[in-house]
Every structure is written in C-alpha cells, then in structure tokens.
Design a protein around this ligand. Structure first.
Ligand SMILES: O=C(O)[C@H]1O[C@H](OP(=O)(O)OP(=O)(O)OC[C@H]2O[C@@H](n3ccc(=O)[nH]c3=O)[C@H](O)[C@@H]2O)[C@H](O)[C@@H](O)[C@H]1O
Length: 429
C-alpha cells in the first residue's frame, strides 16, 4: 500500500477529485482529538492550580520537612543523648512533645534547670509564625535542650527516640490548639490531636521501660456544662467545638491505653494559658498587637448581653502544675506492650479559680500599654467559643500541690514587658 501522507499529492493528479484519502482523514481526526485533549488537560491543570491556591493554609510541617528533613546518624544520636542526660539518677528523663510551643518551651526550661534530662520534639508547623517557634528553639538550645524537628505521627522516628533514650516520662504538649480554627481546618485537629496522640501512645506502650505520660487536655471539654466552678467529675459530653471534642476523645483514648497496656497517664485540663512567649492566635496576644497598631479589636459578649469570661491562668502556675503531675506520676506497669497490673489514670483542672470578663482583660491591656483600644462589641459567634470557664482546682491542690499565685494584671504585665522587648528586637531582625 503506497505510503501517502498529507504532504504529498496522490500519484495521479488531475484525474482524481482532490479528496482526502481515508488515511489522511484518519490522521487529521487524530490530530484534532489530540489538540482537544491538550486543550482540556490544560484547562484541568489550571483548575487544580486555582483550587490549590484557594485552599486554606493547613499547618503542615515546616517547609524544611516538605523537603524531607533528615534525622539519625551518630552525630544526631549524640545530640539526642546529651540533651536527654539527667544530672542524677533520681532526676527525670523527659520527652517533651510540642517543645517549641508556648507551654512546651516553659516546661522544658523548668525541667532542664532543675537537672532533669529533656529532649524536645516539634514539627515547627505554620499554624502560627514559625519564626516565634525558632526563637523559642534558640532559647532552649542555649539551655542545653535539643529539639528534634519531627512529627508525632512519625512512628519510625518515635521508635528511634525510645531506642536511643530510656525516657522515664513523656510530657505530651504537641497538639493543634485553638477553639475557632477548627472550623477552618478540621483535618489538622484529627491529624495532631487524635492520630498523633494514638501514635505517641503506641510508641509509649511498646517502649521498654514504658514511660509515664502526662498530657495536655483542655478546659474546653466542659463545653456547654453550666455547673460552675467546673470539677473533674462534671459533664464533659457536650463539647462546643471540634477542638474540645478531640481533647475529650483524647481522654477516652488515654483510658483505653491505661486499661489495656498499663500506661500511667495523667491528663491536665489547662484553662486559657497566657504569658511571655505566648501564642499569637490567642486573644490576649493579638489584642496587644492590634491595640499597639491602632487596629480595632472585637470583644465578644454572650447572646443575652452578658459578659464572656475566662479563668485565665498564668504560664508559671501552669508549669508548676505540669511538674507536679510529672513528679507524682506513678510508673507504668506494662513492659513491651504487655500490662502487668493496674496503672494510674488521673485528670486535673489547672486553672486560676477567678474568671475575668474579656472586657476587663482589654481594660488591663489598655492600662499597661498606655493606649486606648478601638473596640467593637459583638455577640459571641457560634464558632465553638463558650460563655465562661471557671476551674475548681481542689484535686490538683491536694494531689499535685498546685497553688496558682498570679492574678491577671500581674501576669499581663510580664507578658507586655516580654512582648515589647521581643518585637522591638524583632523589628531590628
Ligand atoms: O482553655 C482552653 O483549653 C483553651 O484556651 C484558649 O481558648 P480560649 O479560651 O478561647 O482563648 P482565646 O482564644 O484567647 O479567647 C479568650 C477570650 O476572648 C474572647 N475573644 C476571642 C477573640 C476575639 O476576637 N474576641 C474575643 O472576645 C473569646 O471568646 C474568649 O472568651 C486556647 O486558645 C485553646 O487552645 C484552649 O487551650
């Protein structure tokens, strides 16, 4: 069969009506479907790109992690072992997850300063400014605490850490925090507060020796409970936010790992913790920033016009509660994933026992900053917020020796002092 393509006339020009041979017609059909395919696939790619740009920024791990940040090797293991080395045999050896976080930084410093071995773990995600986390990391580095850049969902990394260090305790503070953000990025709460917690407990129950676990639950588990002040035995089956629901789920997951594997587990229900090196996503922090910038702030009030109040708790008091929980934690009874006997399971409120209306918080900030706030009062949106929190701390008082001593004005004065120093220095960064 003669090979004719569209560039050559048929062998007998003139006689034949110049019509397309079936072959040429076939080739042209292929070309037009190819060009249609190219057109549609470029439309599809453009659409995917558009969706990606629009999707909410999920706090994935730090950019470096996206490039596959490496860990392991003899130098890395030496850094891990040195950081975790305790000063005496009666000291603790603690893995602090979320060590570059607000509470994690303060707890790590306090443990190291009293002679405990401390190793940090943090994924340096972008939920808020990673530069603040890196600044905290430098603070801990100067104190001799190494923070491994890793995720609590990384089972291989966790197993390696427990192979290198015989942790006596785990202070689990890594979490997706924030009541309102859960409506924007629910997946992040499942990733960190459910999957991450289970993965960490799996590593703990498989470890030999098994560590004792102390972890951060939240006052938000009280949800719509109206009996005040909140006691540990009160209802916690009405969470008002996904954040609260994941913390409540954490308490139930802790019960199952205690029951099956003999893990000693203590949950701490923190009540709106604030202080130097705090979280920029919390009201006291961004109110300070906005008041100094002359930006309007929104003060929520309850739908019936009443105030919205929180039992704000200063970080130094929280740290004492965390160390009290670590020091009174009984050993886990399991070994290599097998339970040998009943193990300790506890839950405590760590609050300040004196709820303060948000409007009062703002008045204190105006006084400390010497700037009048531009305020807008709005009914509290149905965004997961609750009208009030108020802690009964008699259990923590009795069992942990927990005695909060810092009132809101004193605590905010220390926060404002830090804020002005840190961000004036940062402006020179
Ligand atoms: O105890 C906890 O377990 C939680 O504490 C914290 O949650 P909250 O108590 O909600 O703190 P935070 O956001 O600072 O709002 C403070 C007040 O300002 C009100 N609020 C907030 C924003 C605003 O624009 N206006 C306003 O009035 C708001 O209605 C609230 O009354 C932690 O974020 C959370 O991770 C968890 O640890």
């Amino acid at each position: 069969m003669s090979q004719v393509n569209e560039h050559h006339a048929p062998s007998t020009p003139g006689k034949l009506k110049p019509e397309k041979s079936p072959y040429i017609h076939h080739r042209l059909r292929i070309h037009s479907s190819l060009s249609k395919l190219t057109l549609w696939s470029s439309f599809f790619l453009a659409f995917i790109l558009f969706l990606f740009i629009l999707s909410p920024p999920s706090p994935s791990a730090s950019p470096r992690r996206a490039l596959g940040d490496s860990w392991g090797g003899s130098h890395w293991e030496k850094r891990v072992a040195k950081s975790a080395r305790r000063s005496t045999s009666s000291s603790l050896t603690v893995l602090v997850t979320g060590a570059a976080g607000f509470v994690g930084t303060h707890v790590s410093l306090a443990l190291k300063r009293r002679g405990d071995g401390v190793l940090g773990l943090d994924n340096f995600n972008r939920y808020y400014d990673p530069n603040l986390k890196r600044a905290r990391q430098r603070l801990l580095d100067r104190a001799g605490v190494f923070i491994v850049d890793g995720d609590i969902n990384d089972a291989v990394l966790l197993r390696k850490l427990f192979d290198v260090v015989p942790f006596t305790h785990v202070m689990h503070l890594a979490a997706q925090a924030g009541v309102r953000y859960a409506m924007q990025n629910p997946g992040s709460y499942v990733h960190s507060n459910i999957a991450g917690f289970v993965n960490l407990l799996e590593a703990c129950k498989n470890a030999n020796p098994q560590p004792s676990v102390v972890w951060a639950s939240s006052s938000s588990v009280y949800g719509l409970n109206s009996k005040v002040p909140f006691s540990e035995k009160d209802r916690t089956d009405q969470p008002a936010s996904l954040y609260a629901a994941t913390k409540k789920a954490g308490e139930e997951i802790a019960h199952s790992y205690n029951h099956i594997y003999g893990l000693s587990i203590t949950g701490l229900r923190f009540f709106t913790v604030y202080g130097p090196w705090g979280r920029p996503d919390m009201a006291y922090f961004f109110f300070t920033k906005d008041i100094l910038k002359g930006k309007q702030i929104t003060i929520f009030e309850s739908p019936d016009g009443g105030t919205v109040a929180r039992d704000f708790t200063y970080i130094d008091d929280i740290v004492k509660g965390c160390l009290g929980a670590l020091d009174t934690a009984k050993k886990s009874t399991g070994s290599g994933g097998k339970k040998k006997g009943p193990a300790q399971l506890r839950i405590f409120n760590l609050g300040n026992t004196s709820p303060v209306p948000v409007s009062e918080l703002v008045a204190i900030l105006e006084k400390l900053l010497k700037v009048k706030a531009k305020k807008k009062v709005l009914p509290m949106p149905t965004n997961g917020d609750v009208k009030f929190t108020h802690a009964n701390i008699s259990l923590a008082y009795r069992d942990l020796g927990y005695r909060p001593t810092t009132d809101l004005e004193t605590g905010l004065r220390k926060f404002v002092k830090w804020y002005l120093e840190f961000y004036s220095k940062k402006s020179s960064w």
